[in-house]
Design a protein around this ligand. Structure first.
Ligand code: FAD
Ligand code: SF4
Length: 490
């Protein structure tokens, strides 16, 4: 059967959801996308060319069946589209909002046109499915009597838990925070992901029979030995949460904070959690965010919502171009200048700049910082070298600095208590052949195994690990693996 509209990509231009005005959206922390009409979404689905070799598949870490759901959207068959989407992705409401969409960079249409708006279509499929009540608990028909403890409730832990529960195992998720979701809840701001979106999915998981234990810090207030005795399998999905420090003069000053401390507190305050030793606010402050990635962008959006006087962003890497670099051709992920909705809300961005020192007053309060311009020297076969450019020192006034420098790896408590091997980047060592650590019965997935990464990878890892865990417990597994997801085409 012919899929898609053969001339769709010639007839319709790419469109995605638009945003509410900056003025209005800065007044609150709510999501601010303006929904598209069903007809426009169908047109976007019709742009898909149903390529003989759909490169979008290989671009997607989950192997999403993209042309199949695009075709169903074009034909208005939303329920079928939701079924196809959920066959490879447990939580499209997260990736449909937050994924950088490597599938779109790999889309064949993207070679000489704007790619299909896959992420936007994905979001609308899952939102329609929730609105229509199609997403209901899938309680397993039979239980295996096997027990699984998942440590950590980020996207990797949640995906592993849902898959293993579907295989009939009794699954308990242990989370040290007071609510589940990991970085989805405590890192990513509400204006990118309202927390009711997480709660909505968690209640489905609970109805399916998964038990969530919060304020349960394994290795601290719950011993790992107890879990080893009580469960047949342990899955470590604790993320990569060690924040990269900045070892320069003045880093201890009052006013220099880690981005995650700022973002977590803000998310907790919006959620009505109110016990803080010290409230970190950007209101009326000159804010400098060091680090140009997603976390930096979230700090910019949050600072502007607080009412910062100014927001400045430093990135140590050089400014990329807006187009695809010649050495990163289609369908690869290109390093290009990305401008997020938070950037558009007000920030001055500087590239090739390194912070040398923070300056404080006699009371230990941050007053400013000193930077130097840098250049990167590339030599074949060698790691790029950073070189400071002489006579480029500059002093900047500021009273709040947010360090968005990424994470160096997973915390070590459980690694030490369990005697786990780690790789050269300090992540827990486990191969993608089985996701099992050097200790039999202890598995790992997500950022804890691969280092700081993306939601889509965390879900993918959780699903893949679940298959191997099920096979280890039962001798075989019917849980899908990425490569055998090929649904018959309709
Ligand atoms: C500010 C920020 C913004 C981001 N934005 C995006 C984005 O827009 N798009 C995107 O794709 N990715 C984004 N990411 C990355 C993404 O959030 C992570 O890659 C993803 O959440 C990793 O999932 P995970 O399940 O492996 O770990 P996490 O989400 O880190 O979850 C780990 C969980 O384990 C818990 N835990 C750890 N140790 C224990 C223990 N001993 N006992 C009990 N619980 C424990 C933690 O409390 C946490 O809840 C962002 C990251 C940050 C920090
Ligand atoms: S690569 Fe693009 S056009 Fe081709 S099937 Fe995938 S989404 Fe459709």
């Amino acid at each position: 059967m012919i899929m898609g509209k053969i001339t769709g990509f010639l007839e319709y231009k790419r469109a995605v959801e638009t945003y509410d005005t900056v003025e209005r959206r800065l007044k609150n922390y709510k999501e601010f996308t303006v929904p598209m009409k069903e007809n426009s979404l169908k047109e976007q689905g019709a742009r898909c060319m149903d390529c003989g070799i759909p490169f979008c598949h290989s671009g997607c870490p989950l192997g999403n069946l993209i042309p199949d759901f695009n075709d169903h959207v074009y034909k208005g068959k939303w329920k079928e589209a939701a079924k196809i989407l959920h066959s490879t992705n447990n939580f499209p409401e997260f990736t449909g909002r937050l994924c950088p969409a490597p599938c779109e960079e790999a889309c064949v249409l993207g070679i000489n046109e704007d790619p299909v708006s896959i992420e936007n279509i994905e979001k609308n499929i899952v939102e329609t499915a929730f609105k229509e009540g199609w997403i209901t608990a899938q309680v397993p028909e039979n239980r295996t009597e096997k027990t699984v403890a998942v440590i950590g409730s980020g996207p990797a832990g949640l995906a592993a838990a849902q898959q293993l529960n579907r295989a009939g195992h009794y699954v308990t998720v242990f989370e040290r925070d007071s609510k589940v979701g990991g970085l989805l809840r405590y890192g990513i701001p509400d204006f990118k992901l309202e927390k009711r979106i997480i709660d909505r999915r968690i209640s489905v998981l609970e109805d399916e029979g998964i038990i969530f234990k919060t304020n349960a810090h394994v290795g601290k207030n719950i011993s790992i030995e107890t879990l080893k005795n009580e469960f047949d399998v342990i899955v470590l999905c604790g993320g990569a949460t060690i924040k990269r420090p900045i070892p320069i003069k003045g880093a201890h000053l009052k006013g220099v904070y880690q981005a995650m401390d700022f973002l977590k507190q803000n998310n907790q305050r919006i959620d009505g959690q109110s016990k803080f030793d010290e409230v970190i606010l950007a209101k009326n402050k000159h804010v400098i965010v060091i680090g140009g990635g997603d976390t930096g962008s979230d700090c910019i959006g949050t600072s502007n919502r607080h009412g910062a006087k100014s927001v400045t962003n430093f990135e140590i890497l050089s400014k990329p171009g807006t187009g695809r670099p010649a050495d990163q051709p289609w369908p690869y992920w290109p390093m290009r200048l990305r401008t997020s909705s938070s950037h558009k809300e007000g920030v001055e961005r500087f590239f090739s700049i390194s912070t040398k020192e923070f300056i404080g007053d006699k009371q230990g309060n941050l007053k400013g910082l000193v930077t130097v311009e840098v250049e990167w020297i590339f030599k074949k076969g060698e790691r790029p070298q950073l070189k400071e450019i002489p006579n480029t020192e500059k002093q900047w006034d500021c009273d709040l600095v947010l360090l968005a420098l990424g994470f160096t790896g997973p915390e070590t408590t459980l690694i030490e208590q369990l005697g786990l091997d780690t790789d050269f980047r300090t992540n827990i060592k486990a191969s993608t052949n089985d996701y099992m650590t050097n200790v039999p019965g202890i598995f790992t997935a997500g950022d804890m195994r691969r280092g700081q990464s993306l939601i889509v990878w965390a879900i993918s890892e959780g699903r893949q690990a679940a298959h191997h865990i099920d096979a280890w417990l039962m001798g075989r597994s019917n849980l899908p693996l990425k490569d055998d997801n090929d649904l018959p085409r309709v």
